[in-house]
Each structure stands twice: as structure tokens, then as C-alpha cells.
Ligand binder design. Structure first.
Ligand code: ZN
Length: 67
């Protein structure tokens, strides 16, 4: 599975308490910052937990890759 990056929209196995399960990645490092697309709340999870909880990447914004 390819690495995620900032700007990706993802679906997590565990939905947010608000009922939304779509998240936008707003920071991707040792910790991953996710914004709930339904209520706009921001949560931060460890990358390991994020990967474990990731169900699907549904959209990837095309941004220039600075390798
Ligand atoms: Zn939410």
C-alpha cells in the first residue's frame, strides 16, 4: 500500500463519534492530523495507529512531488 500524504481523503475503520468516516489528511508525519469532513474536528493519531485504522484512500490531490 502506498504511503499517504497531506491532502488525501481517507476512510477509517472506526468512524468519528459524529458519524462521519471520511477524513482529510492535514499533516502526515510521526503523527497524522486528520480533519473530519463531516463536523470539521481535527484529531491527531500516531502514524502506526493511523495505518492500522485506515480502510481506504478515496482521493488523492495532485500535488507536486518533491522527492
Ligand atoms: Zn466528525
Amino acid at each position: 500500500m502506498p504511503e499517504n500524504k497531506v491532502g488525501d481523503t481517507v476512510i477509517m475503520r472506526k468512524p468519528h463519534p459524529c458519524g462521519g468516516n471520511r477524513w482529510k489528511i492535514i499533516r502526515y508525519g510521526a503523527d497524522v492530523k486528520l480533519k473530519c469532513m463531516q463536523c470539521g474536528r481535527i484529531v491527531m493519531v500516531e502514524r502506526i495507529k493511523f495505518k492500522k485504522n485506515l480502510k481506504q484512500t478515496i482521493e488523492t490531490e495532485s500535488v507536486d512531488d518533491h522527492d
